[in-house]
Design a protein. Structure first.
Ligand code: B12
Length: 306
């Protein structure tokens, strides 16, 4: 008979994970994280799986994810684990953790291994397979973004050098750039400028957003990283511009995005200004926050500039 599973009270779970009991209750109530069982008298009991889920949540949060996004990722891990067959379950690469891979998609640990070995052809092949296996929206949300988060976590743990992280970013940028060019837009399309504020280099999600926006008929133009405030204003003066989307990864980016939003708002009060990304929030009363996934945010913007 297998030994009985260890069970912890909420105080025990808190001590084991470093997360205060009040936070554990809030995560459970708001996001359904950890799902402890209840004793007949109603006390929470945490098994190994619940504790692992809390650890994973902490890992995502310390990597910079917003709480809702971290919770979504943890829940997806649970769903993927439940649906994984032994054949589709990825083999963890040594020292690189075992991220979940949706079945049928290239194993995320393989991408991490190719990056660690600086095996660029293999990296390109993995991206090719991924993008030809499922729809763009699925690949983004269920494979590419989770993989990039794992790259960040592996780098944080010291399991992946910065050179490997740069190799992945460059390969992803090349793949997305081809999709961006292929999506194109008609001259009559509603023009939307997308980019990053001064000081901000995390270009992959806004480029993905520009592709998603083009695919639903918007004339999205990606202006790239680290764009000075004056250049945002110059670009926004073009009369066909209907909206400006500033991408923010960190809280510093949000301050810089505020400067962009105020300057563009002054020059073009008729233009919609939206802020998207993990640190997105209202920077003044005129801005819209794009808080959903990339395709959802593109749809919301399309509705706003109809
Ligand atoms: C690739 C990468 C880089 C590349 C970027 C290359 C490129 N061309 O984009 C490079 C090497 C340049 C880089 C640099 C740095 N990075 Co970096 N990077 C990453 C990494 C591994 C992936 C980023 C990514 O594309 N994620 C993609 C998606 C999955 O993540 P997401 O941002 O959460 O986005 C989701 C939503 O918020 C939404 N979304 C995001 N953006 C937008 C935009 C719009 C418009 C919309 C609608 C939606 C949307 O879509 C996603 C899915 O839902 C992350 C790890 C991670 N967890 O993301 C670290 C990470 C973001 N980097 C980090 C850091 C600290 C840095 C540096 C400061 C490192 C340094 N010391 O130099 C610099 C900062 C550079 C700068 N000035 O901006 C931290 C940020 C921590 C924080 N919250 O402050 C992270 C989390 C790594 C870590 N584990 O600590 N980085």
């Amino acid at each position: 008979m297998p030994p009985p599973e260890p069970m912890l009270t909420i105080q025990g779970a808190s001590a084991a994970t470093g997360v205060p009991a009040t936070t554990l209750r809030a995560w459970e109530n708001r996001y359904g994280i950890a799902r402890p069982r209840r004793t007949p008298s109603g006390y929470r009991v945490y098994d190994e799986e619940s504790i692992a889920e809390i650890h994973r949540m902490v890992e995502y949060l310390s990597a910079g994810a917003a709480t809702r996004l971290a919770a979504d990722a943890v829940i997806r891990t649970r769903a993927d684990a439940a649906s994984a067959t032994p054949a589709s379950a990825p083999t963890p690469a040594p020292g690189l953790g075992a991220p979940p891979t949706p079945s049928g998609m290239p194993a995320i640990p393989d991408l991490l291994t190719a990056a660690r070995e600086l095996d660029e052809p293999r990296l390109a092949a993995i991206l090719d397979v991924a993008f030809s296996t499922a729809s763009f929206d699925f690949v983004l949300d269920r494979w590419l973004f989770p993989a990039l988060r794992e790259v960040g976590l592996a780098w944080e743990r010291g399991a992946l050098d910065i050179s490997a992280e740069h190799l992945v970013s460059a390969a992803v940028m090349r793949r997305l750039s081809a999709l961006y060019d292929a999506a194109g837009f008609a001259p009559s399309a509603r023009r939307v400028l997308v980019g990053l504020p001064p000081g901000s280099e995390h270009e992959i999600p806004p480029l993905a957003f520009a592709i998603a926006a083009r695919r639903i008929g918007l004339g999205a133009v990606h202006l790239g990283p680290n764009l000075p405030v004056d250049s945002w204003v110059t670009a926004a003066r073009s009369p066909e511009v209907r909206a400006v989307v500033v991408s923010v990864r960190t809280h510093d980016d949000l301050d810089a995005a505020g400067a962009v939003a105020r300057a563009v708002g002054k020059a073009r009060p008729d233009v919609r200004i939206a802020i998207g990304g993990p640190a997105a929030g209202p920077v003044d009363k005129h801005t819209v926050t794009l808080a959903g996934t990339v395709p959802e945010s593109a749809q919301l913007l399309a509705d706003l500039v109809r």
